[in-house]
Design a protein. Structure first.
Length: 159
């Protein structure tokens, strides 16, 4: 039976230190190989925290690595080249994002979002913008949600 180890790593910058090294070392796995593969698979998420699951077959010492997608907030911040969101989301704006960028993020995260259809998933991402202090198309995210409900972005969302 495979043992699963779940970790959150910096994209492209995993190390053999805790928590990966000690956990895999105890299983008799070549930690250097695992770290190298994680860094290759997460390189496109540089600057973000990425969930990674390492499955280890204790009998054969073989491993597989599954890379999840970073949190929605990290993807939004990466689009804006920002490290963190506003500490005062209601009154401080840290950037602006386009609907096209929102839709791309919702597609990346579609398997993990709660919305039952594409429009609802897009609204979830817009809601995350609200909490980060990010405007969408230069407008307050709450206004954009109303516009989504009224069909203003249907052509873009459903294409």
């Amino acid at each position: 039976m495979a043992e699963k180890v779940q970790v959150l790593v910096d994209g492209g910058k995993a190390t053999a230190g805790p928590p990966i090294g000690p956990t895999l070392g105890a299983l008799g796995i070549n930690v250097g190989e695992v770290v190298k593969e994680i860094n290759v698979k997460t390189a496109s998420f540089e600057g973000m925290k990425v969930p990674v699951t390492i499955s280890v077959d204790k009998a054969t010492k073989k491993f597989t690595i599954e890379v999840g997608t970073p949190p929605t907030s990290s993807l939004i911040l990466k689009e804006l080249s920002r490290e963190k969101g506003s500490g005062k989301a209601g009154s401080e704006i840290i950037g602006n994002i386009t609907m096209k960028q929102i839709i791309n993020i919702s597609k990346m995260k579609s398997a993990e979002l709660m919305g039952k259809d594409v429009k609802k998933q897009v609204k979830e991402v817009v809601g995350t913008c609200q909490s980060l202090g990010v405007t969408v198309e230069g407008k307050n995210p709450k206004q954009i949600m109303k516009e989504i409900d009224n069909g203003a972005f249907d052509q873009l969302i459903l294409s």
